[in-house]
Design a protein around this ligand. Sequence first.
Ligand SMILES: [Fe+2]
Length: 447
Amino acid sequence: MDGSEGPYNAGMTEHDTPDDSSFRRAGPRQLAAAMQDARHYTLALFDAFDAAGYGVPAQVPRLSIINPPLWELGHTAWFGEWFVLRDATGSHPGEAHGHSLLARGDDWFDSNTVAHRTRWTLDLPAPGALKTYCREVQDRILDRLAREADDDAALYPYRLALAHEDMHGEANLYTLQTLGVAPPGLDGHVSGGSGVTGAGGIAGVGGVVATSGEIAFAGGSFVRGGDQSRGFVFDNERRAAACRVAPFSIDAGLVSNGAYLAFMRDGGYQRPEYWSEAGRAWLMAQERSAPRYWRRGDDGGGAGSGGSAGNGGGAGNDGWHVVRFGRRIALDLEEPVRHVTLHEAQAWCSWAGRRLPQETEWEFAAVQGHPDFRWGQLWEWTASGFLPYEGFAADRYREYSAPWFGTRQVLRGASFATPARFRSARFRNFFTPERDDIFSGFRTCAL
Ligand SMILES: [Fe+2]
């Protein structure tokens, strides 16, 4: 807690200006480079899965939270073909022109019509043939992009295809975590703070120390949502509207493993009074007593006999380890707690006498430019359900937002796996409350 500064109201920016790296206002040349970078990363991710034996769909566990990597590869290229090369006016069958370069491309890779559970048993082309398809689509897209004017309407499908590929890139990274496979080029770095700035422009893998302290904001009015006057805006960010925020105090950084461990030591998982009704139901179904990827020193993996402090190389971590991309490392008390559900975040708040921020508070804080407000390490659960802003209208990728309103919770920020070009204080991510395979954490507000 740091109440000495007084409320912060220095920079009442009406709209943050996306920095030069944002895809939202990227021109044709910048977009071409970004699309090549994204595709390079997509292919590297597939190769990482393939090397681990997951290149064949039948070898991939049938989990509701992942797709077979081969399907992801084809789907990513197909999406760009649909919206850019086939000039789709919408996402429904018949709303794109012509045919896919793959005779059965629409039958295999349209996420609207190919049921999730069937993606393991499709008669897909071999990896080599799908890579050729990816290259052919990419070449044609880049060829066309080179002739486009720097015009928002003309560039919309390219920006959409790039955003889609970047989102799938991050989804692939949490699939790697789910399957316990090391990310491409990250060997030996998944637990460190050295970061990975190669393919995909990933900003760093973990290791960023949680910021302590709290920032008091005086509140006031600001423009919430995406600026539709220029550049790319996701449909769920519209319409931008003036919004008033009451004074609030918010953590400068994310809740740390150490702070979360204190809740566990206090019997947090055994005390129903801290859990919401939905949280108690989840807890009963999971029999969970720690975050998804936490392991004790004595539950396998040869990491010692468990017990006393200091075991496992982290003083005071009670012998806890975490599993990162298949490797066990000692729990670092200073790092933000990661891979937690909304239920766990809410229970921690209840125990600590805190609350999650509303998404509008989070956005207000992020656009003020306060030097201590740090975000982008992990997606942050908010107190807000995913709902449309007033005036919402679905864009041509109609299933991006509309089907999910009312059943998902908003997460704000970005994660270490989010490319720099994708990061925006306006972006609204959304998942169901029980998801903890994603790169999720949380910060809190004073009650
Ligand atoms: Fe997709």
